[in-house]
Design a protein around this ligand. Structure first.
Ligand code: KG4
Ligand code: ZN
Length: 341
């Protein structure tokens, strides 16, 4: 009988301290997420130093809780997966140090995970039969990428943003209309009562790149120059429409270019109901399939990191104990810290 593989995953790249236990890459035994949103809210965004300090205070408590909820002990764990980039370096180091300590003390394999590879892997947990190859549209606070996922550990970037990430644009628009941080979920909610009244600009390139600074600036100018009180709901839905149009168009192009028929959404903005609906409509009309994780697996969590670690390990990769945090880690690049067995 095949032995089950239990992976303990750790994520601390931004403002969530999260630890999960995953069985065989797809089954969540626990996924504890300790969010610092309330702490950072009053500053209007994540303060790196405060994030690191809170990760230090939380990490051991969250590890214990994840083991307890999964009803396992450290001895039952087979591999330790951890985000080592990209992200805030001080924040990453907290999770990474904890993971290294555990791997060393328990003499278990350590697997460094790219945060975005984790976001993509959230879909393996949600959709038990989903397998590469597919095209992934990664839309988060720090990334906007179209990626050809050729295999569990083989990625080719087809296009990416030339300036702001989609989530960054959501958060800035939310701030200027007074919705606070993080703005994405609030825009999502307000837009449901809005009417499309503004025609914000869309950027198009010959290749599969994106740009969102134009639409962001257009919204900021509209709000700042308006003589009357703006209707926030209308701004929200008009902004979402402009963003969705570009995401839909580039996604269709990427599917055509690769000859694949599955689009897999990943990252915090994949929770957006308007974007999901627009993609769903456009893809089904063209005979393509759309996949996305449930909301809790869209935003940062350790279950997705453990899933990615599982498949990285299965492909024969582990990390050395001297692995370091890399703030601007490139996707798909197996740097000096990842070793093929
Ligand atoms: O993936 P994530 O948790 O962190 C990064 O890796 O960046 O993404 C966070 C981003 C934030 O910009 C947040 O505003 C956005 O995801 N977000 C949303 C929604 N939920 C989270 N944006 C639009 N609609 C949502 N429902
Ligand atoms: Zn993320």
């Amino acid at each position: 009988m095949r032995k089950n593989i239990l992976c303990l995953g750790i994520e601390s790249s931004c403002d969530e301290t999260s630890v999960a236990v995953i069985k065989n890459g797809r089954q969540v035994l626990s996924n504890v997420i300790s969010s610092q949103i309330e702490i950072h809210k009053k500053f209007g965004g994540v303060v790196p130093e405060i994030a690191s300090r809170n990760h230090i205070e939380n990490i051991n408590i969250v590890i214990k809780q994840a083991l307890d909820e999964a009803n396992v002990t450290l001895e039952d764990i087979d591999i330790i997966g951890v985000t080592y980039g990209p992200g805030l370096v001080g924040a990453l180091l907290v999770g990474l140090s904890a993971a290294k300590g555990l791997a060393y003390a328990l003499n278990k394999p350590l697997v460094g995970v790219h945060h975005i590879e984790g976001h993509i892997a959230a879909n393996y947990i949600e959709h038990k039969r989903l397998k590469p190859p597919f095209v992934s549209l990664v839309i988060s606070g720090g990334h906007t990428h179209l990626i050809h996922v050729k295999d569990y550990t083989n990625f080719e970037i087809l296009g990416k943003t030339r300036d702001d990430a989609v989530g960054e644009a959501f958060d800035k628009v939310a701030r200027v209309i007074g919705l606070g941080y993080p703005g994405g979920p609030k825009i999502d909610k307000l837009a449901k009562d809005g009417k499309i009244t503004y025609n914000f600009p869309r950027s198009h390139f010959d290749n599969l790149d994106f740009s969102f600074s134009g639409v962001k600036t257009a919204v900021l100018n509209t709000v700042n120059n308006s003589k009357e009180e703006i209707i926030k709901e209308d701004i929200c839905i008009s902004f979402e429409q402009a963003v969705s149009d570009v995401l839909v168009q580039n996604s269709l192009k990427a599917l055509k270019q690769t000859g694949l028929n599955k689009l897999v959404l990943a990252g915090g903005v994949a929770a957006n109901s308007y974007i999901r609906k627009e993609l769903e409509n456009a893809l089904s009309k063209n005979g393509y399939e759309l996949y996305y994780p449930s909301n809790i697996l869209c935003t940062d969590n350790a279950a997705m990191i453990a899933s990615a670690a599982h498949y990285t390990y299965k492909a024969g990769f582990t990390s050395d104990i001297d692995i370091n945090a890399i703030a601007n880690l490139k996707i798909g690049e197996k740097d000096g810290y990842i070793r093929n067995k």
